[in-house]
Design a protein around this ligand. Structure first.
Ligand code: ADP
Ligand code: MG
Length: 240
């Protein structure tokens, strides 16, 4: 579904991603780990073209994306993104947040979008909050709304950037559970997280980034028990 070849990203003179190559198949769940500043967010942002790569190429569903020739908004419609800080529209209700893109980007009727939104809110356990505003919700509830909002566009792949890092510890579980439900449905997911329990349970592959290099990748059973790289070992000691 996604092929990345020799991806390079620089900000000015500083190269923050170095020759990243990876392939993500349909229904695969990939967990991306690495120290702060290692390039995890930048990699996700390059994958959905919030940042333009400085070198290499990205192929999505068989099409190499050329930012000059491809309608990037169309490409992004097929990718759901969930951020650490939820990024909900504060002046809109939960329901309005979820129907916003389907109505304004996909030009769905309000009725159709609402029907679908209510199904998604049921899926994330928030039917009763449809008419609430974001500031009336807990962090865990906000993040589940953000997930429902991303799903409302029928994405082929979901990108999560530290979705539980801003949550109080007791709220982390409900968001991880929602994500595990998505895994069960076969959603393709790329998840930046420090939740190693989640990675062990659902990841098909764990990738370690260090200073913009992919230094190690593997199935969680091997990755966590026999990390090859010294930097992976040190990192795992800190987060496990
Ligand atoms: P991570 O998500 O792993 O913590 P980031 O991808 O956010 O890391 O950042 C990787 C590196 O790129 C950091 O050194 C960061 O300072 C730098 N960086 C990220 N975004 C920008 C930007 N817009 N301009 C300049 N430097 C940036
Ligand atoms: Mg980050």
């Amino acid at each position: 579904m996604i092929k990345v070849r020799n991806l390079v990203k620089s900000f000015g003179d500083v190269q923050v991603l170095n020759n990243i190559s990876l392939e993500i198949k349909k229904s695969e769940v990939v967990v991306l780990i690495g120290a702060s500043g290692s390039g995890k967010s930048t990699l996700l942002r390059c994958l959905n073209f919030l940042e333009m790569n400085s070198g290499g190429e990205i192929e999505i569903n068989g099409q190499v994306i050329d930012s000059k020739k491809t309608d990037l908004n169309k490409v992004r419609e097929h990718m759901g993104m969930v951020f650490q800080h939820f990024n909900l529209f504060p002046h809109m209700t939960v329901l309005e947040n979820v129907i916003e893109a389907p109505v304004h980007v996909k030009k769905k009727s309000k009725q159709e979008a609402t029907q679908k939104a209510m199904k998604l809110l049921k899926k994330v356990g928030l039917t009763d909050k449809a008419d609430h505003y974001p500031d009336q919700l807990s962090g865990g509830q906000k993040q589940r709304v953000a997930i429902a909002r991303a799903l409302a566009m029928d994405p082929d792949v979901m990108l999560f950037d530290e979705p539980t890092s801003a949550l109080d510890p007791e709220l982390v579980g409900e968001v991880l559970q929602t994500m595990k439900d998505l895994v069960k449905e076969g959603m393709t997911m790329i998840v930046v997280t420090h939740e190693m329990g989640f990675a062990r349970e659902v990841a098909d592959r764990v990738i370690m980034l260090a200073d913009g290099h992919m230094i190690e990748e593997g199935h969680p059973t091997i990755f966590f028990t026999q990390p090859q790289h010294e930097r992976t070992r040190r990192f795992l000691q800190q987060v496990l």
